[in-house]
Design a protein around this ligand. Structure first.
Ligand code: KG4
Ligand code: ZN
Length: 334
């Protein structure tokens, strides 16, 4: 009884993910195989290992997603795949699998943007009302995206250096916390009774861009000074100071953007959307300015293929198909 059934594949970083999505809204299956344990021992994602793991699991995950969907490969309308941005070698594994399926099944291929995916994760649980504003925060991204209408994206601000999740992971590493460090810092920050004061990078007046590398350096020098003076390190106070700085900047800029562009909704997505402090502060700010805050469940905020299927729906309706010649694009633009 569905009009369109999309099989979507996502391999841009360290999750091998396949989902089956009906009419851009209904999740028939959503399988994610994470490689976090493998990369944790190196303290971060090792691209070469990520590609190899994708190769090992790709076919199994496709079979699992199809089986769980209650449909068969022959029922699919199109194959969607993340074309970029991401790690080229990792992206390639998903793209080759997608091309092979599209060719064998004689159905269209839809190359999809990873950030459009994060944004359209919201469409799987709510309804986006345009014009809308999205804040995408993950290990690879920090972007404020204005959407005038469905399928239109304007990046009005982005990080000039580290992505916010990347800054979390680097600070966590300096504090000798396990990888990925975001959740650990979040927990410490929530429990801390004190916060050290750290800088906020506002950049030029009116700018919606972000910068987190100065903040990260300030944390590293606080740690070095404590070590030199042989003082004990107050890890929680550092975590809280770092988190307060990040949240204040993200929340202030997002609230200003929402007001200036006159949108009714703020869509939060990406792995850092798991951050409790960020959710609380954005909820308060949005309530104050009368804007609805949409945050998908965590499983749809971190990398998954369901969001890629949701983002591909519009291209399917508009018949914006990709050729079988498409390549992985590390710097793919929205
Ligand atoms: O979206 P995601 O799963 O993968 C990327 O596309 O990057 O995001 C992973 C990032 C990691 O940097 C991780 O440390 C961060 O999200 N993260 C958090 C929290 N949970 C995950 N950062 C801050 N607070 C959290 N609770
Ligand atoms: Zn992502």
């Amino acid at each position: 009884h569905y009009q369109h059934i999309i099989l979507a594949i996502e391999t841009s970083c360290d999750e091998t993910a396949v989902a089956v999505i009906a009419d851009g809204k209904h999740i028939l299956s959503n399988v994610v195989s994470s490689q976090i344990d493998v990369h944790a021992q190196y303290g971060g994602v090792v691209p070469e290992i990520a590609s190899r793991k994708h190769v090992e699991t790709m076919t199994i995950i496709i079979e699992e997603a199809v089986a769980k969907s209650g449909y068969q490969l022959s029922d699919m309308t199109a194959i969607a795949v993340t074309q970029g941005p991401g790690l080229v070698g990792a992206l390639l594994v998903g793209i080759i699998a997608a091309k092979s399926l599209a060719l064998a099944l004689q159905i269209p291929l839809i190359g999809t943007h990873h950030i459009a995916g994060h944004i359209y994760a919201n469409e799987l649980v709510s309804t986006i009302v345009y014009p809308s504003m999205a804040l995408v925060v993950s290990g690879g991204h920090t972007e404020l995206v204005y959407m005038r209408e469905r399928g239109s994206f304007e990046i009005i601000g982005k990080t000039r250096d580290d992505a916010v999740g990347e800054a979390y992971d680097k600070v966590a590493r300096a504090l000798k916390l396990p990888y990925p460090g975001g959740p650990h810092i979040d927990k410490l920050a929530q429990e801390a009774s004190l916060a050290i004061t750290l800088p906020r990078a506002w950049l030029e007046e009116g700018s919606y861009d972000f910068s987190f590398s100065g903040l990260k350096s300030a944390v590293l020098s606080a740690i070095n000074i404590a070590n030199m003076k042989q003082q004990p390190l107050d890890t929680s106070a550092i975590a809280r100071g770092f988190q307060e700085s990040v949240i204040e900047v993200l929340t202030t800029k997002a609230a200003r953007a929402v007001q200036q562009y006159g949108v009714k909704q703020l869509l939060l997505s990406g792995g850092v959307a798991a951050n409790q402090g960020l959710r609380q502060q954005l909820a308060i700010s949005c309530a104050q300015i009368g804007v609805e805050l949409l945050v998908p469940p965590l499983s749809l905020c971190t990398d998954n293929a369901a969001m890629i299927g949701a983002a591909a729906q519009l291209k399917l309706e508009r018949k914006q198909f990709s050729s079988l010649e498409i390549q992985a694009e590390a710097g793919f633009s929205l």
